[in-house]
Design a protein around this ligand. Structure first.
Ligand code: F6P
Length: 343
C-alpha cells in the first residue's frame, strides 16, 4: 500500500518585511514538527523560491533563536506569479504546481499581506493546499482584526512622536511626523492617539489644508506652545515630495510658525518584534500548522475578537481593511479636540 504518513509542508514569506515574520515561521515550523511530526521546508524570497524551486530544509534547530529577530530568515520578495508582464510569466503558475508536487508537499503556508493572500487564493484555485497568515505593519488585511507587525510599528512611531514633543515645546514649533500607510491610516491613528498628536491625517478622511492651519492657529491663540501632526504617507499631496514636506511648506506659507518634518520610513518595519507581535505571530503560526493537520485549506488564519479562526481566502483577496471615519478611536480623538483636518 502506497500510504504516505509524514506530511511535508512549505512556508514562504512574501511582500514587504515586518517584525514578527520569524516568530510566525517558528510558530508554524515548531508546531508542525513537534505536534504533528511533519517535515518543513522554507522557500527563499517569497513566491520567487516557489517558481525556481529554491528552498531550504528547516529543522527544529533552525527555528531556535529566531523569535526575537526582525526580518525573515528565508527572505521575501514582491514577486506576483499570476501577473503577466512578459511571455515567460505565463509559465509561472505551472512551474509552481510542478515544483509543489515534485517536492512532495501536502501544504503551503503563505505569510504576507493583501497581495500575498490574493496569490495564495489563486494557488489554491489551481489545486495547491494553501493556508495564509496575515502580516503587515499597515494592519490593512481584510478579514482579521489584527495583522502582526502592526503593534511593533505603532510602538516605534509612538516613541518617535513622544521624542518630538520636547523639541516642539522648546522651540514652539509645528512638528510633523510621517508614518507608513499608503491606503490605510491605522499606524497614524494609533501612534497619533498614543503619542498625543494634536492633528492626525489619514487617507480615509479627506482633510483641507486651511482647516489644518486653522487648528494650528487656534492652538497658538489659546497659548498652546506647539502642535504635533501625525500624518500617514498616503494622504493627498503632490507626488514630487513627501506628505510631511508638503504639509510643512503649506503650513509655513499660511501660519506664522516654524514647521519641521520627520519621515520615519523603514525604521517602522525593522528590528525586533514587540511582545504582542511575537505572541500574535506565534499564535497564527501554530494555528496554521493545525489547519494543515486538519486539512482546513484555502483559508487564512485570522483573529476576530481575540479568538483564532479561519476565513476563506476567496473572501480576502482584492479587499482592504481601512479605518472607518466612525471608528471608535476617531470618535474618541475628536471628542478630546484632536483634528482630522476635516472640520
Ligand atoms: O509593508 C507595507 C509598506 O510598509 C507600506 O506602508 C509602504 O508604503 C510599502 O510597504 C513600501 O514598501 P517597499 O518599498 O518595500 O515596496
Amino acid at each position: 500500500m502506497n500510504q504516505k504518513k509524514i506530511k511535508r509542508i512549505g512556508i514562504l514569506t512574501a511582500g514587504g518585511d515586518c517584525p514578527g515574520l520569524n516568530a510566525a515561521i517558528r510558530g508554524v515550523g515548531k508546531t508542525a514538527m513537534v505536534q504533528y511530526g511533519m517535515e518543513v521546508i522554507g522557500f527563499s524570497s517569497g513566491y520567487t523560491g516557489l517558481i525556481h524551486k529554491q528552498y531550504v530544509e528547516l529543522k527544529e534547530k533552525d527555528l531556535s533563536g529566531i523569535l526575537t529577530l526582525g526580518g525573515t530568515i528565508i527572505g521575501t520578495s514582491r514577486e506576483k506569479p499570476f501577473k503577466i508582464v512578459t511571455e515567460e510569466d505565463n509559465d509561472k503558475p505551472d512551474l509552481i504546481k510542478q515544483n509543489y508536487h515534485d517536492l512532495g508537499l501536502d501544504g503551503l503556508v503563505c505569510i504576507g499581506g493583501n497581495g500575498t493572500m490574493k496569490t495564495a487564493h489563486l494557488l489554491s484555485k489551481i489545486g495547491l493546499n494553501v493556508i495564509g497568515i496575515p502580516k503587515t505593519i499597515d494592519n490593512d488585511v481584510w478579514g482579521t482584526d489584527m495583522t502582526f507587525g502592526f503593534d511593533s510599528a505603532v510602538n516605534i512611531a509612538t516613541e518617535a512622536v513622544d521624542r518630538l514633543h520636547s523639541t516642539a515645546n522648546s522651540h514652539g514649533r509645528v512638528m510633523i511626523v510621517e508614518v507608513m500607510g499608503h491606503n490605510a491610516g491605522w499606524i497614524a491613528l494609533y501612534a497619533g492617539m498614543a503619542g498625543g498628536g494634536d492633528i492626525i491625517l489619514i487617507p480615509e478622511i479627506q482633510y483641507s489644508i486651511d482647516k489644518v492651519c486653522n487648528k494650528i492657529q487656534e492652538r497658538y491663540d489659546n497659548h498652546k506652545p506647539y502642535t504635533i501632526v501625525v500624518v500617514a504617507e498616503g494622504i493627498e499631496h503632490p507626488k514630487s515630495m513627501s506628505a510631511a514636506r508638503y504639509l510643512s511648506e503649506s503650513i509655513q506659507a499660511r501660519v506664522d510658525a516654524e514647521a519641521r518634518e520627520t519621515v520615519l520610513g523603514y525604521t517602522q518595519r525593522g528590528g525586533s518584534p514587540s511582545p504582542m507581535d511575537r505572541i500574535l505571530a506565534t499564535r497564527y503560526g501554530a494555528h496554521a500548522a493545525k489547519c494543515i493537520a486538519e486539512g482546513n485549506f484555502g483559508t487564512m488564519v485570522a483573529l476576530i475578537k481575540n479568538e483564532l479562526t479561519t476565513i476563506p481566502l476567496s473572501e480576502v483577496g482584492g479587499k482592504m481593511r481601512l479605518v472607518a471615519p466612525d471608528n471608535p478611536l476617531v470618535i474618541k480623538c475628536r471628542s478630546m479636540g484632536v483634528s482630522f483636518g476635516d472640520e
